[in-house]
Structure formats: structure tokens, C-alpha cells
Design a binder for this molecule. Structure first.
Ligand SMILES: Cc1cc2nc3c(=O)[nH]c(=O)nc-3n(C[C@H](O)[C@H](O)[C@H](O)COP(=O)(O)O)c2cc1C
Length: 216
């Protein structure tokens, strides 16, 4: 596959220059197994992408030791949930099965990268520049936009910070994020089917937040 083909596929998958897309990144653990975690992907030039993991994450440690990574493209809130909160399951949600090529099997498409150049953005966050090595993106049916799915993924992002800030005793920040979580949940409650993945995900997050809040 050539550079122009990479560019075309990145555009078609919605990776706009200067924008951030939410994906699930698979990286190599020290024991050779794979780790999956939601990560924002910044497209900084035609074929160069950037990852900005917190230094506390396994993703950061893995990328320092091994630059091989796979950016998995999905809009499934269930996959974002089980990879953000490992070990947590919600009945009926997909397990994050990863094949030997580092692909999260149920994702739509896969972008294989080398995340070899890194520098610090701050004391707590780093930046890895990724060169695209290959893209596997099968032709697929267009998907209509669903506010509930988008808001559920937004709610998961808030919840990952609520967990961290609760542990750090940052009560004001926790309360701000809980308000934003409640707004996401409100949209999901209004537009998503009662048995949908997004409804189950925000329901589970609400229970988790109540527990974290109890600990602060
Ligand atoms: C949609 C979404 C995007 C996220 N983007 C990032 C990111 O860019 N950098 C980061 O450090 N954490 C990000 N997170 C939070 C991590 O996924 C979360 O802290 C995760 O538990 C890290 O897993 P790991 O320790 O296995 O790397 C994001 C979470 C979600 C739900």
C-alpha cells in the first residue's frame, strides 16, 4: 500500500488533519501479550499520527518498550467501556478479543503504526509520533449518526477521569465531571433503546461513580 492510499483511507475513516479521533489502541505488554485501551489519535500530517498517553497508563509504558501498535477504529461504546475499565463487564458486552496481529477483532478497521518518536508534553503526559505502516479497512455499509452512542463514549471519557480524580481527592473536579456525565446520560436515556449497549454502559458507569464517590 502506498502513501496516497494511506491518505485516502485515513480521510475516508474520518481522520481529519489537525483533528482528534477516539480509537482503541493495542500495544505489546512486557510479557508479549497485548493491551487494549481507548486513546485519542491526532492527525498531524498526511501520514503521521500522534498519541498522547498519560504516563500512568500501561499504554505509555508499553510504547516506550515496544513501538509496535495497532489503532482500532470502532464506534462501539461497549468496546470502549471494557478496554477503559479492564476486568469490568456488563452483561452482553463484547470481550476485547485481540488476534495475533494485534487487531481488536470486532473493530471496523485497523491502522498498524510504529510509535517510535516520543517526547514529554508535561510532567504527566507524553506524546508519541506514529508512522503508518499498513491499514486494513474493509468496505462497509455507511452508519447513521447516533447521539446516544457518541454520548456514551463521552461519558466513558469523563468516568476515566472521575476515577483518577476521586483517588486523588480532587472533589471539585470530580463534581464538575459528574455533572457532565449526567448530561451525557440524559441524552442516552432520551435517544437510545432501553436494551442498547449505550444504555447498559451508562447504567454501569453510574453505579461505578456512586462507589468512587463513596470513597472520596
Ligand atoms: C474515548 C476515550 C479516549 C481516551 N483518550 C486517552 C488519551 O488520549 N490518553 C490517555 O492517556 N488516556 C485516554 N483515555 C483514558 C484511558 O483509556 C484509560 O485511562 C485507560 O484505563 C488506560 O489504560 P491502560 O492503562 O491499559 O493504558 C481515553 C478514554 C476514552 C474512553
Amino acid at each position: 500500500m502506498t502513501g496516497p492510499e494511506f491518505r485516502r483511507l485515513l480521510e475516508e475513516m474520518g481522520f481529519q488533519m489537525g483533528g482528534i479521533n477516539e480509537t482503541i489502541l493495542t500495544t505489546v505488554n512486557p510479557d508479549g501479550s497485548f493491551n487494549a485501551a481507548p486513546m485519542g489519535v491526532h492527525r498531524i500530517s498526511h501520514e503521521v499520527l500522534e498519541l498522547r498517553p498519560f504516563k500512568s497508563s500501561s499504554t505509555y509504558k508499553n510504547l516506550l518498550n515496544n513501538p509496535k501498535a495497532c489503532i482500532n477504529v470502532t464506534d462501539n461504546p461497549g468496546l470502549f467501556f471494557v478496554t477503559a475499565f479492564k476486568g469490568k463487564t456488563v452483561e452482553g458486552l463484547l470481550e476485547p478479543a485481540i488476534d495475533k496481529d494485534m487487531r481488536l477483532i470486532s473493530a471496523f478497521a485497523h491502522i498498524f503504526v510504529d510509535a517510535s518518536i516520543s517526547n514529554d508534553i508535561s510532567e504527566i503526559r507524553a506524546c508519541f509520533t506514529c508512522r503508518v505502516k499498513d491499514i486494513k479497512a474493509p468496505a462497509m455499509m455507511p452508519r447513521s449518526f447516533n447521539r446516544g452512542r457518541a454520548e456514551a463514549i463521552e461519558a466513558i471519557i469523563h468516568a476515566t477521569r472521575i476515577e483518577v480524580f476521586s483517588k486523588e481527592g480532587r472533589l471539585e473536579d470530580v463534581e464538575k465531571l459528574i455533572k457532565r456525565f449526567a448530561e451525557c446520560k440524559d441524552v442516552v436515556d432520551r435517544v437510545s433503546a432501553p436494551e442498547s449497549v449505550e444504555t447498559r454502559v451508562v447504567g454501569e458507569l453510574e453505579k461505578m461513580i456512586a462507589i468512587w464517590r463513596g470513597k472520596t
